[in-house]
Design a protein around this ligand. Structure first.
Ligand SMILES: *Cc1c(COP(=O)(O)O)cnc(C)c1O
Length: 402
């Protein structure tokens, strides 16, 4: 294996983002394959005993065991680091493995974390249920409220954790403000960037310390495998995350890493086209429903902030129909093209009812607090012709009585 021509960081750092997404981190075996090689191996063998001893002693480079290193996985880590503008990255088996690793690797009993109210259901479960079991204090804030972040800071606050836009309410958190506040107080910001990916929003450019991913979503982009990623400084990754990951083992399989490579090659194209389609579909939906939560529409109260920190709107938005769960289900059940599915970031258009699926576990009070109402539907707009999607929604709304 050797780095393919021009893979020195001094060169790849200067590549523009589309080039990084296709070429970043490529190593080639002596066979000279064009696509990334897939190393489905758990272990490695050695020419002699001294070689393996030197590797274990950290005196020689090289692979020893796939929980510690794998060439296919390392190529993906290098590519994601380049795309984020991060010094380093490690990938995990799922987005939730990434979130858990990014938080637990740096928190200890007696620490305090401030976390956003509107978040992916399992992220809220970690903050609300898991961290307190280990003596980590938590405060939940409305991520849109800059003053609330400021007021929540305590002497033992170690981490700010949030996503933007948030799932499924499309709340926008002010990255520049929140990250600057954290920096001033010595707090580490962990931003869950799954909705946007580096193609649409780069939190590190706004001062975030750590960006964490479900790579299952827009990054992979075709609904095939689960994966996660955490990117940040070399100090954070090497000193905090790596010892945790290498010993607890939330690793990404080489096969899944390879599939994510294939997704990244088309990420910019998909993100641009799906955003374009999501705006067209959103403009149609706005005229037919009680309320729409779409960051690129004038009706979104944080449109200006969204446009400041995001390059485009992304594929996902939510809306509310009158008539609660019954009418929301009626719309879903009438769909002929768009699938009923709780996944996002897929090239296929998918729609779900968050209150009964992704946010079911929060209970009615938690949902009311977060603004997840019974009439809310969330859509991931795919790569189909937007006119077909609009026609499908049009007939589904009509059947449901709208
Ligand atoms: C899906 C998702 C996760 C969890 O990722 P998995 O790959 O399903 O484990 C975390 N955060 C956000 C915002 C997500 O959309």
């Amino acid at each position: 294996m050797k780095r393919s021509t021009g893979q020195d960081r001094s060169i790849t750092r200067n590549w523009r983002s589309a080039t990084r997404a296709v070429r970043g981190g490529t190593w080639r075996s002596e066979k000279g394959e064009t696509s990334e090689a897939l190393f489905l191996t758990s272990g490695y063998s050695y020419d002699d005993a001294a070689t393996v001893a030197a590797r274990f002693a950290g005196e020689a480079e090289g692979m020893t065991y796939s929980r510690l290193q794998n060439p296919t996985v390392e190529m993906l880590e290098e590519r994601i680091a380049l795309m984020e503008g991060a010094e380093a990255c490690r990938v995990q088996a799922t987005g939730m493995a990434a979130m858990t690793t990014a938080l637990l690797c740096q928190l200890s009993a007696g620490d305090h974390i401030v976390s956003a109210r509107a978040a992916f259901g399992s992220c809220r479960w970690i903050v609300d249920n898991l961290l307190p079991r280990f003596g980590i204090e938590t405060t939940i804030v409305d991520a849109r409220d800059n003053a609330a972040w400021e007021a929540a800071v305590k002497p033992n606050t170690r981490v700010f954790f949030f996503e933007s836009p948030a799932n499924p309410t499309m709340d926008i958190a002010d990255l520049e403000f929140i990250c600057a506040l954290a920096r001033a107080k010595g707090i580490t910001t962990v931003v869950d960037n799954a909705f946007c990916t580096a193609a649409l929003q780069r939190p590190l450019e706004w001062g975030a310390d750590v960006v964490a991913y479900s790579a299952t979503k827009l990054m992979e982009g075709q609904g095939r495998v689960l994966a996660g990623a955490v990117a940040g400084s070399e100090e954070f990754i090497n000193d905090l995350l790596l010892p945790f990951q290498r010993n607890t083992g939330p690793n990404c399989s080489p096969f899944n890493a390879w599939v994510v490579h294939k997704g990244l090659e088309t990420l910019e194209l998909r993100a641009a086209r799906q955003s374009e389609n999501a705006l067209k579909v959103g403009e149609f939906v706005e005229g037919r429903v009680a309320k729409i939560l779409h960051p690129w529409l004038d009706s979104h109260p944080q449109q200006a902030l969204a446009k400041k920190q995001m390059d485009n709107c992304g594929p996902i938005f939510s809306f509310e129909v009158d008539g609660g769960r019954e009418k929301a289900f009626a719309v879903l059940d009438a769909l002929q093209l768009i699938d009923i599915s709780n996944n996002i970031g897929d090239a296929r258009s998918l729609m779900c009812h968050p209150a009964s699926t992704t946010h079911h576990n929060m209970g009615p009070d938690g949902r009311a607090d977060m603004g997840v109402h019974e009439g809310m539907l969330r859509i991931n707009v795919g790569l189909e012709d937007p006119l077909d999607l609009i026609e499908d929604l049009d007939q589904a709304f009509a059947k449901a009585g709208f």
